[in-house]
Design a protein around this ligand. Structure first.
Ligand code: 13P
Length: 230
């Protein structure tokens, strides 16, 4: 199972240091963790652990040059980042385009960083149609053999306490798998959106490979319950 933690723009230095001490001790066999803190805290996460990987929350769509405030794929790779979240709905809402997302995925792969591609529809959108369009762009430069992760995150489930049913998650996961098969791409599929220690046992019965956690990443006790219960 793959569990990725998206801390978003949360957490302070002491919080991360304390939580890391706890997480490092868990060492759950067969479970890989990807920790995605803010850029300024990435350095706190530089330690050796074969089950814990460093993730970033974004990556530049261009590779170098006049892009104030951006961080390139080469820079992230050089720093030791192994995964990057791409196309999160909070970034799409801020104007990130499908074209930029496909470029970010390409840059990540070319620099040995596994993109965690987020897809998901708003409540008033057609799930199949939205996922197909988002995937079409996101997979544009992905080739057979590339390592990618796709996270299904319905926009209405993020931070709301509402989750889809297992049946709805399976529907979306199947749709994603079919689209991947068409392009002969293998990927791990995650679910994200209001996952917590209470609904985790139910949600983990879905036909997926893991989870992308948001808010619960900030609650160490609940997080430990989730990771230990895998
Ligand atoms: P919540 O778990 O807070 O709903 O956030 C999910 C998410 O956006 C992970 O990327």
């Amino acid at each position: 199972m793959l569990i990725a933690l998206n801390y978003k723009m949360n957490g302070r230095k002491t919080f991360h240091l304390n939580q890391l001490e706890t997480i490092k001790k868990l060492n759950k066999k067969g479970t890989n963790l990807v920790l995605c803190p803010s850029f300024v805290f990435l350095h706190l996460f530089k330690f050796k652990n074969k089950n814990i990987f460093l993730g970033a929350q974004d990556i530049a769509a261009v590779n170098n040059g006049k892009s104030t405030g951006q961080t390139s794929a080469q820079m992230l790779n050089e720093f030791g980042v192994k995964y990057v979240i791409v196309g999160h709905s909070e970034r799409r809402k801020d104007g990130e385009t499908d074209e930029q997302i496909s470029q970010k995925v390409k840059n990540a792969i070319e620099n040995n960083i596994t993109p965690i591609i987020c897809v998901g529809a708003n409540a008033d959108e057609d799930v199949s149609k939205t996922l197909k369009t988002q995937l079409k762009f996101a997979l544009k430069h992905v080739k057979t053999g590339n390592n990618i992760v796709v996270a299904y995150e319905p926009v209405w489930a993020i931070g709301t306490g509402r989750t889809p049913t297992v049946k709805e998650i399976n529907f979306a996961a199947n749709l994603i798998k079919k689209q991947l098969e068409k392009s002969k791409i293998n990927a791990q599929i995650l679910y994200g959106g209001s996952v917590n220690d209470k609904n985790f046992n139910e949600l983990k019965t879905a036909n997926i490979d893991g989870f992308l956690l948001g808010g619960v990443s900030l609650e160490t006790k609940k997080l430990v319950k989730i990771i230990s219960g895998v």
